[in-house]
Design a protein around this ligand. Structure first.
Ligand code: CDP
Ligand code: MG
Length: 737
């Protein structure tokens, strides 16, 4: 049965409806209706009673004092303490009914698997239940999240529910930000942070309960955590573990944990009508914007949730929505636009959860973070672009890049489900039904099978786990990928000829950074540019949010950016931006005038502080500043960058494109780079991004002789000087590592 979507908007997209996601919780909905009716009845009766009592009192003697008038005329029921509004909300969550069953199961088992629809209260409630039951008397409750935004927002929600200050009893810990103190008993954190805690306390003795949340996401860190926790759970009888997942394939987790019991928490879900486009959409950001406007002018009340792949797309869509609704304020209701993505500053995150004012409509522009990690109430319409951004690593070329790829069916269904949480909803897929049926994979590939494992392998090595091939993975990474990681760590000098951790490797592991960045940091001491390299690392870690380029002032913004240029390329330019900001007393005005994002700079400043103290921990002297920041120091700084990133080196071809030295792979300079025009002969890049082509982002100019001077074990002088295409094979056998 094909149902056409109504088209009232001018450039509207033609959608057809082919299916509905059936009501999963029919019984639940019936029950709710009954409960509501019962409540109404009760209210009516109460009113009647009131009426009766007041009329009876008025008929009695008027000389009666007020006290007597208010005295109940019927036998008094034992008065229950008044429930707070918060308590009522908490008890209304689907998980509440399962409280006792859940706690019983946890009492009787070391590991359990909990499955429940998003929004049923798993993340915010379980830790509180366990705390109420006394589990925090013997240790902390830790709850991991794959995403920093989720960790922060959930922690602040739980602090609010418990009536405590965030950072005290309830806190969060994410990379470069620790919002906990010695009294913290419920700690939300990213999975990567818990992984690092293994380095300090291999049995995690300070925890009595570990909740591995969003396990279905199967991030690299979560997967490794599962393996390590399986191990310590055997050694610790006092540790309780809960694996929490939003999808139904819990069997796998259960099997992995020696047939741990599964508890299902049925969520609420109403019917969701699914609409597909009739033709494939060339530009899904544009299509998303049009669809949002279409919904806004033709559909009834309810907020909209749009899934895009990243911050840049979200910002574009925000801009487009703003310009296209400008001037229509009298004709159409106000549209409140809320972006949500991983790097969103915490102040702005609050806005997402604020209730929409009457007469307005909220549109949330989100990455897949809103799929399961955070729940936004009142969503009735979902617009799904059908794509997701993910890192993929090709073991054959050894090249890792960020790519926008089609999402899986499981992702698409999760996204659609967000529309049916409070009432029947609609989901608009910006792709065809054919593409859904034929092009999308069933479920996403676990990250461990498609990403660079360098960082994790280094971490495992420091934990003394040497046999990485036979490690107990839930899904093992491809053998090739493990070899690549080992090879890279060996080339960086973190592992010796026998695959053992070197002193350098041990120091590198202290930093929560990619091994190439940590190598650069550790060697900065040798090149006498510690301070500068810390700054560069911090600026790179902020991501590509430093420069601000508003649509109406692009020329100004580009000129401002060019003025920051320093010979040597983007790294040197980033250093210059930071130092100029520092010279202006870290002022907001400076950022405003130069089209720099103040918040991004503040974050870089924070990261810099953290990295400095980590440097001190591994006895790198931060204060030893033998170099001034200008001119001749540039060579040392770029040599130091080379020491970490020689792996990412490329040479210009006659055609103007580049080829990687490692395997002659063709790549180009990203247009946002300041050396895009200049095109230096030899370069090193920070990362590769794949859109229509493969682009190098953040490019540094180098001299070819540095390569064999700094990484002689990797590049021979012969190789660099000759025109050989691919690197000769090394004699080291990484299989033995
Ligand atoms: O983890 P799960 O998806 O099962 O649900 P949850 O995150 O514990 O959310 C339960 C309820 O808390 C939802 O109704 C959310 O709207 C609310 N919540 C909130 O108001 N603010 C947050 N930062 C997180 C959750
Ligand atoms: Mg959750």
């Amino acid at each position: 049965k094909i149902k056409k979507y109504e088209l009232l908007y001018e450039n509207a997209i033609d959608f057809v409806q082919l299916e509905v996601i059936k009501e999963l919780g029919k019984k639940q909905i019936k029950k709710q209706k009954k409960m509501k009716e019962r409540e109404k009845k009760k209210k009516r009766e109460k009113k009647k009673k009131k009426h009766r009592s007041s009329s009876s009192s008025s008929s009695s003697s008027s000389s009666q004092s007020e006290e007597v008038v208010n005295k109940p005329q019927y036998p008094m029921e034992p008065q229950k303490p008044q429930k707070s509004a918060m308590q009522i909300v908490k008890e209304g969550l689907p998980i509440y009914k399962f409280r006792n069953q859940l706690l019983q199961l946890i009492r009787d088992n070391k590991v359990i698997v909990m499955v429940g629809e998003t929004g049923s209260g798993k993340t915010t409630q379980l830790a509180q239940y366990l705390h109420e039951l006394g589990y925090t008397r013997t240790g902390k409750i830790g709850c991991t999240q794959p995403r920093r935004v989720a960790a922060m927002s959930v922690a602040s929600r739980v602090a609010l529910e418990m009536g405590v200050k965030l950072g005290h009893e309830v806190g969060y810990s994410i990379r470069f930000e620790d919002c906990c103190n010695e009294n913290t008993i419920i700690k939300y954190m990213t999975d990567g942070m818990l992984l690092r805690e293994f380095m300090i306390d291999p049995l995690l003795t300070s925890y009595s309960v570990l909740i591995i949340d969003e396990a279905h996401e199967r991030t690299l860190h979560t997967d490794i955590l599962l393996s390590l926790i399986k191990d310590i759970s055997r050694a610790r009888d006092d540790l309780k573990v809960v694996i929490s997942s939003a999808t139904l394939d819990a069997q796998k987790f259960s099997q992995y944990f020696d047939d741990a019991p599964i508890i299902q928490i049925p969520g609420r879900r109403y019917q969701v009508d699914i609409y597909y486009t009739q033709q494939p959409e060339g530009n899904y950001v544009e299509a998303a914007v049009v669809t949002v406007l279409q919904i806004h002018v033709t559909q009834g009340v309810g907020d909209i949730l749009v899934f895009l792949t990243g911050q840049d797309e979200i910002e574009d869509a925000e801009e487009m929505l703003k310009t296209r609704t400008k001037g229509f304020s009298k004709k159409i209701p106000e549209l409140i636009i809320c972006p949500v993505y991983a790097a969103l500053p915490s102040e702005q995150q609050v806005k997402i959860f604020e209730p929409t004012p009457k007469g307005c409509r909220k549109v949330v522009l989100a990455t897949n973070i809103a799929e399961t990690s955070i729940t936004i109430d009142n969503i009735i319409y979902v617009v799904d672009c059908g794509f997701v951004k993910q890192t993929s690593f090709s073991p054959s070329t050894g090249i890792e890049s960020l790519q926008v790829v089609p999402c899986s069916k499981a992702n698409a269904n999760q996204r659609a489900g967000r529309a049916g949480r409070i009432a029947p909803g609609k989901c608009f897929r910006l792709y065809t039904a054919w593409s859904y049926n034929n092009e999308l994979e069933e479920s996403p590939i676990p990250e461990i099978q498609r990403t660079n494992l360098g960082n994790v392998v280094l971490l495992l090595k420091t934990m003394g786990i040497n046999n990485l091939v036979n490690f107990d993975y839930m899904d093992p990474p491809p053998h090739e990928m493990l070899l690549r990681a080992l090879e890279q760590l060996y080339s960086l000098g973190a592992l010796n000829n026998d695959g053992e951790l070197t002193k350098l490797g041990r120091r590198m592991a202290e930093f929560p950074l990619d091994p190439m960045l940590s190598k650069m940091l550790v060697t900065s001491e040798h090149f006498k540019c510690v301070e500068q390299i810390i700054t560069i690392c911090s600026m790179l870690s902020v991501g590509n949010t430093i420069f601000y380029r508003p649509k109406e002032k692009q020329v100004h913004a580009d000129t401002a950016k060019k003025n920051f240029y320093r010979p040597g390329g983007d790294h040197m330019t980033l250093l210059n931006v930071y130092n100029q900001w520092k010279d202006c007393n870290y002022s907001k005005e400076f950022c405003y005038e130069s089209f720099i994002q103040f918040k991004a700079m503040k974050r870089a400043q924070d990261i810099k502080e953290q990295l400095s103290s980590l440097c001190e921990r591994v006895e790198i002297d931060v204060k030893d500043q033998s170099l001034s920041i200008y001119e001749d120091s540039s060579i040392n700084i770029r040599k130091c960058i080379t020491s970490g990133f020689f792996y990412n080196s490329a040479k210009k071809q006659k055609s103007g494109t580049y080829r990687t030295l490692k395997n002659s792979h063709e790549i180009q300079i990203h247009p946002s780079s300041l050396v895009f025009q200049e095109k230096p002969e030899w370069v090193i890049y920070h990362e590769l991004v794949q859109t229509s082509k493969e682009y190098m982002r953040n490019v540094c100019e180098i001299k070819p002789e540095w390569l064999y001077e700094i990484a002689p074990h990797y590049f021979s002088e012969d190789f660099i000087k000759s025109n050989q295409k691919t690197l000769p094979k090394t004699k080291v056998d990484y299989n033995k590592f």
